[in-house]
Design a protein. Structure first.
Lengths: 286, 277
């Protein structure tokens, strides 16, 4: 903790403080091992053969490396479809969310119209209701539209998010209105103010919304599981879950699938960690 | 803003009302006529042992995981508060499981805990202990799933606490030290009271998320063995999308909503009550 470290620094001779620091780092070291080992085991397991897994369960690394897990993923699963579906679902939905959420947020932050407060309260209210409440009626709506097992069924109902509207509205409000005035004097209308003044200034907020949305959609299980049932429309998490229970029993194959599905998120985290942390810390969503 | 309002209207607001409407019917998808049963579904629910079982498991899951997550999140947050290269690295490592899909995590832990191939069983064999069937045991399955949930979310709680702890004014610590307070006293009498809003926020978020637990259970145990890890959303999914008892599943979703509102209100009250003293 910050206080005990600064105490330790000021009085380095005191043995109990040194002891506390040692104890602290031992605890944290154990934590790091517990946090990392499952991922190491997952990646290494995806390169191991069945017999290696059964004969050396205590080993963290393969005794001999094999690619059969990665080959099996392509052969035993409709893996390209799963991957494409996941990218289309998470990518298109995130893009649509950014556009629609920011438009709605602009209207709520900058336009004066009757019913604005009602609209804002309704947006906030939808945040309170658990997703599961709307799941069944939305399923029936999609059934009537004939949208089950389609991309539009997966994407359209998720193409706006109340939390995104809320977050962006708060951010837009913090942008000084004088900038709008200046643009208006130059002859800009609302569309140009939105597109050329507000959006460029809101890049950090947009990045946060984009990353949180993409992560949630990419990782989501319940929604794709409900909307899609045909193997050609499943996303990666849904596909891994369903095939893992039935057709595919080879552990390395499933671990390879899990490793690949983790890659885009891990890469994103590596390069844009601050947006992940900021997004999660400010919204409490993950 | 028209598209957003349209989407929220068609796919969120209207379904909320629709769901309440369904819950008063013995609704089955595709049936010619739907029979109105009033509060029949709710009455049936409260006599259904499956429902009480799922409710009990969901509450145990929530209480245990939230309490432990608060403690561990605050603990790691305090230990890693200072911004040095190494604390930042450790924070990233702890946070990483938060952003990984529950499906991947559930799958990996299911295999890790497998007594035949898993590292956990393998290591226990090295120490001469017979590998345990964690997820097949009626008494160990729920604790195992709770453990994995905590493992995944410690970093999440930690990030929220670090953000809150950084907001505590340094002068308070200076004042405390002048009064001769030690580390423990500073934590107890300055840090903890100062981060009460963070505590409230974290507690509520974790509680709401835990009450809605589904993915992890679905992947690791699918509610088994013999319903010993069957949570409310698991039950809802099974009744709504496997058995197609739409009305009944809608009633479950409204009970879940009511429980979430009730517990959130209770937590708001408890924390505000503490603010008075």
């Amino acid at each position: 903790m910050s206080t005990d470290v600064s105490v330790a620094r000021r009085r380095p001779a005191k043995p109990s403080a040194t002891l506390a620091a040692v104890f602290k780092w031992i605890l944290l070291g154990i934590g790091v091992v517990v946090a990392l080992v499952p991922f190491v085991w997952m990646v290494s397991g995806s390169f191991r053969s069945e017999s290696d897994l059964f004969h050396n369960p205590a080993s963290l690394f393969p005794t001999s490396w094999t690619l059969h897990g990665y080959i099996g993923v392509w052969q035993q699963l409709p893996f390209v479809r799963l991957l494409v579906n996941s990218f289309v679902f998470a990518g298109v939905t995130t893009a649509a969310c950014l556009l629609f959420d920011s438009m709605c947020a602009y209207a709520l932050a900058r336009l004066r119209f009757r019913g604005r407060n009602v609209a804002f309260v309704l947006v906030i209210a939808t945040l309170m209701v658990p997703f599961q409440v709307t799941l069944i009626p939305v399923f029936i709506e999609l059934f009537h539209f004939g949208w089950l097992n389609t991309y539009q069924g997966l994407i359209v109902p998720r193409a706006t998010s109340a939390f995104g509207i809320f977050l962006l509205r708060q951010f837009f409000i913090s942008i000084p209105a004088e900038l709008d005035e200046a643009a208006r004097i130059d002859g800009a209308g609302h569309v140009r103010i939105y597109w050329q003044v507000i959006l460029p200034l809101a890049k950090p907020a947009l990045a946060t919304v984009a990353i949180l949305n993409f992560m949630n959609l990419w990782n989501d299980l319940l929604w794709p599981l409900v909307v899609t049932s045909s193997p050609t429309m499943l996303t990666l998490p849904a596909g891994l879950t369903l095939f893992g229970g039935q057709h595919v029993t080879d552990h390395a194959v499933l671990l390879a699938g899990a490793t690949i599905s983790l890659l885009p998120i891990a890469l994103g985290f590596f390069f844009a960690q601050k947006y992940f942390v900021a997004g999660v810390a400010t919204t409490g969503l993950k | 803003m028209a598209p957003s309002i349209l989407i929220l209207g068609v796919f969120v607001l209207f379904p909320i009302l629709q769901s309440l409407y369904y819950s008063f019917f013995d609704w089955t998808i595709g049936a010619v006529s739907q029979q109105f049963v009033g509060f029949g579904n709710y009455a049936k629910l409260f006599q259904d042992p499956q429902f009480w079982n799922a409710l009990g498991i969901t509450i145990v899951f929530t209480v245990v995981s939230v309490v432990l997550l608060l403690a561990l999140g605050l603990g790691t947050g305090l230990l890693l508060l200072r911004d040095t290269l190494i604390t930042r690295l450790v924070r990233s490592i702890f946070f990483f499981p938060t952003i990984v899909s529950l499906v991947s995590i559930g799958l990996v832990w299911k295999f890790l805990l497998d007594p035949d191939i898993g590292l956990v069983g393998g290591l226990s064999q090295v120490f001469g202990i017979t590998p345990v069937h964690w997820l097949q045991s009626t008494s160990l399955a729920l604790p195992s799933v709770i453990f994995v949930d905590i493992w995944k979310n410690v970093g999440f709680a930690m990030i929220l606490f670090v953000a809150g702890l950084k907001g505590v004014p340094q002068e308070r610590y200076e004042a405390g030290r002048l009064d001769g307070a030690g580390t423990w006293q500073l934590t107890r009498f300055i840090t903890i009271p100062s981060i009460r809003p963070t505590m409230l926020f974290t507690t509520m978020i974790l509680t709401i998320q835990s009450l809605q637990v589904f993915d992890l259970v679905y992947v690791m145990t699918d509610g088994g063995p013999v319903f010993h890890t069957d949570t409310l959303v698991n039950l809802l999914y099974r009744d709504g999308f496997v058995n197609f008892q739409t009305g009944y599943a809608s009633a479950i979703s409204w009970v879940l909503f009511a429980i979430i509102m009730l517990i959130s209100a209770l937590q708001l009250k408890v924390f505000r009550y503490n603010d008075v003293d």
